[in-house]
Design a protein around this ligand. Sequence first.
Ligand code: ADP
Length: 320
Amino acid sequence: SSSGLIVSFGEMLIDFVPTVSGVSLAEAPGFVKAPGGAPANVAIAVTRLGGKSAFVGKLGDDEFGHMLAGILKQYGVKAEGINFDQGARTALAFVTLRADGEREFMFYRNPSADMLLKPEELNLELIRSAKVFHYGSISLIVEPCRSAHLKAMQVARDAGALLSYDPNLRLPLWPSAEDAREQIMSIWEKADLIKISDVELEFLTGSDKIDDASAMSLWHPNLKLLLVTLGEKGCRYYTKNFCGHVEAYHVNAVDTTGAGDSFVGALLCKIVDDHSLIEDESRLREALKFANACGAITTTKKGAIPALPTADEVLSLMKG
Ligand code: ADP
């Protein structure tokens, strides 16, 4: 089926994950490569579901950068918006979930190629052809990528795209929590659609109360849809005219990495050819069920990208 293009902007990187679970980074006997980066996961979630997507961002002109570009191509994500930096290297992360339940991170980003995308390097023709422009990356906070990001958002908006934002807060990456909050809120009002998690809701409001009032305190007049994902509890949605809850599907979750990206990709697939779906509660709820089912399946397998389902798999979970 022919569908509109979803352009996903931001970072793509490699997570190195210990070969055994529950160890600290220092104790890991070895690591496996897990390609990721939230915007890249979203782009692949879309093509897995049968939609059309492009990734816009910068990679290092190194082994890892070409490996990542190859993965996008392998999944059918359009690659004309990818630049390779001749100097800086592809971003890398070492990530583990220790036995004590704490996540431990170590990043190579000083700076990595994704942070060095320049406004003049953007493929504007590709960005203008987007029906949905999705973004949400740490690269937003540093120049020159910040300027490239703001320009891409403006170009996409002027061409009629719906702007979709997921802050993807990973605190260890930010200079400080205050910085993170400020940077996220500085572009908050530019988005039509925002997806946050319950953890991000707590962080952005500065209160541990997660309810409709705290979600609505983040509302702004330009916003069309605010989504708060709640893991195994599903999601809540807020629009100008209505709000509500959509329950999650019961699955045997083994690794929640990528669930949020999968959720976003699925929702955007439903919205891309029909922006008005947002204003119709019953159709929006159908789309959110699809997104919940897609997120749920993603938790049943290890890793983010290898766990992203096809549309048939999602529909079969929904049929029960
Ligand atoms: P994020 O990855 O951004 O924190 P969530 O973990 O809330 O996002 O997951 C996004 C969506 O994926 C949820 O709204 C839910 O529909 C689905 N999901 C996540 N975890 C589970 C789970 N354990 N069981 C069922 N569905 C889940």
